[in-house]
Ligand binder design. Structure first.
Ligand code: FES
Length: 157
């Protein structure tokens, strides 16, 4: 069967066996090998990807069911060559262990309702201010640039 897939924002037209899993299509046909095959039966999570922003186990998902949906793999989570904060945190805090299932852990971590909270915690761990801290800091800042402020100050004699 002919299938049109969108993966990481790029369209692909493929001639597939309707029984092929999304995992096998990603790895063997599209050569997106960041998605790992662990148990191949839905138990380990190494194959986690996003479909329309929701995490799924690609080993249990038929590729044929993904037509018209947005599939995102670990290769598609970084923007403008910048790692996702969770990817950076994994590296900075040595969270990889052997690394085989790390893409699945990251894909699982950045999807779903806990995503914003995880991103906030990762930024805090990385030393970046939380939204509340940044907002408070902004409120305390002078309203004009220091040089501008110096120019408008009356000259002292
Ligand atoms: S490969 Fe283990 S859950 Fe898919």
């Amino acid at each position: 069967m002919n299938l049109r897939l969108t993966v990481n924002g790029r369209g692909y037209t493929l001639d597939l066996d309707p029984r092929e899993s999304l995992l096998d299509v990603l790895r063997e046909r599209l050569h997106l090998t960041g998605t790992k095959k662990g148990c191949d039966q839905g138990a380990c999570g190494a194959c986690t990807v996003h479909i329309d922003g929701r995490r799924v186990l690609s080993c249990l998902t038929l590729a044929a069911r993904c037509e018209g949906k947005q599939v995102t793999t670990i290769e598609g989570v970084s923007a403008d060559a910048e790692l996702h904060p969770l990817q950076r945190a994994m590296i900075e805090h040595d969270g990889l262990q052997c690394g085989y299932c790390t893409p699945g852990q990251i894909m699982s971590g950045i999807a779903g309702p806990a995503c914003d909270e995880i991103t906030r915690l990762v930024k805090q761990l990385a030393g970046e201010p939380s939204h509340e801290e940044a907002t408070a800091e902004y409120r305390l800042r002078p309203r004009v640039h220091p040089r501008t402020e110096a120019r408008v100050q009356p000259k002292r004699n």
